[in-house]
Design a protein around this ligand. Structure first.
Ligand SMILES: [Zn+2]
Ligand SMILES: [Zn+2]
Length: 181
C-alpha cells in the first residue's frame, strides 16, 4: 500500500477511498466536476489542465514518445483496444474529410459540376489537372490529400467534384462530359 493511499484511507475511510479511486470515463468525470463546481469553473479548469499537459509534452518530448510507443505496443495485443482505435481513427479521418470538403465545396459540400451532395461520392479535384504531378513530387498527398490541405491552410487550386465528374474530367481531357452535353 502506498503512503498516499494509507493517509487517504485513515482520513476518509476505505469506502470513500474506493469511490474516489474508481476508474471513470472522461464523461463521468466531467459530469461529477460540473455538478460540484459549475460549468464555468469546469471549462476554466479544463483549459488550464490542457495547457499544463501541452507544456509537459513539449518539455518531455522524449518521455512522451517512449510512453506512446509503450502504450501503442501494449494496446496492439488487445483486440478491443485495436477496434476502438480503428473506430476513432476512422471518425477522425471522416472529420478531416468533411472539414476540407466544406472549405472547398460549401456547406453542405456539393460537386461543382453536377451538384452531387452525398459525402461518400465527393472527392477533392485538382482544378488544373496537376494531381499526378503533385502525387509524384509530394507522395504524402497520394493517400492523405485532405489532411495535407488542412495542415497547409487550404491552398488554392482545388475544388469538390463527385467521383463520376472527377473520372469523367480525367478521361475527357480536362472537362467533364456533363459540360460537353
Ligand atoms: Zn458530379
Ligand atoms: Zn460532371
Amino acid at each position: 500500500m502506498t503512503l498516499r493511499k494509507t493517509i487517504l484511507i485513515a482520513k476518509h475511510g476505505l469506502e470513500w477511498y474506493e469511490n474516489y479511486n474508481k476508474k471513470r470515463s472522461s464523461m463521468e468525470r466531467k459530469t461529477i466536476l460540473i455538478a460540484k463546481h459549475g460549468l464555468e469553473w469546469y471549462e476554466n479548469h479544463n483549459k488550464k489542465h490542457a495547457a499544463k499537459l501541452r507544456r509537459w509534452r513539449v518539455e518531455h518530448s522524449d518521455v512522451n514518445r517512449a510512453l506512446r510507443k509503450k502504450y501503442y505496443y501494449r494496446d496492439a495485443k488487445d483486440p478491443v483496444k485495436v477496434a476502438q482505435r480503428r473506430a476513432y481513427n476512422r471518425q477522425w479521418n471522416k472529420n478531416v474529410k468533411i472539414r476540407v470538403l466544406e472549405h472547398y465545396g460549401g456547406n453542405p459540400p456539393r460537386c461543382v459540376c453536377c451538384n452531387e451532395s452525398i459525402l461518400q461520392f465527393l472527392t477533392i479535384d485538382h482544378t488544373n489537372n496537376d494531381g499526378s504531378l503533385q502525387r509524384k513530387t509530394n507522395p504524402f498527398t497520394r493517400h492523405h490529400l485532405g489532411y495535407w490541405l488542412w495542415q497547409n491552410g487550404y491552398p488554392n487550386g482545388y475544388q469538390v467534384l463527385c467521383w463520376n465528374c472527377n473520372v469523367g474530367k480525367g478521361l475527357s481531357g480536362g472537362q467533364c462530359p456533363h459540360k460537353g452535353l
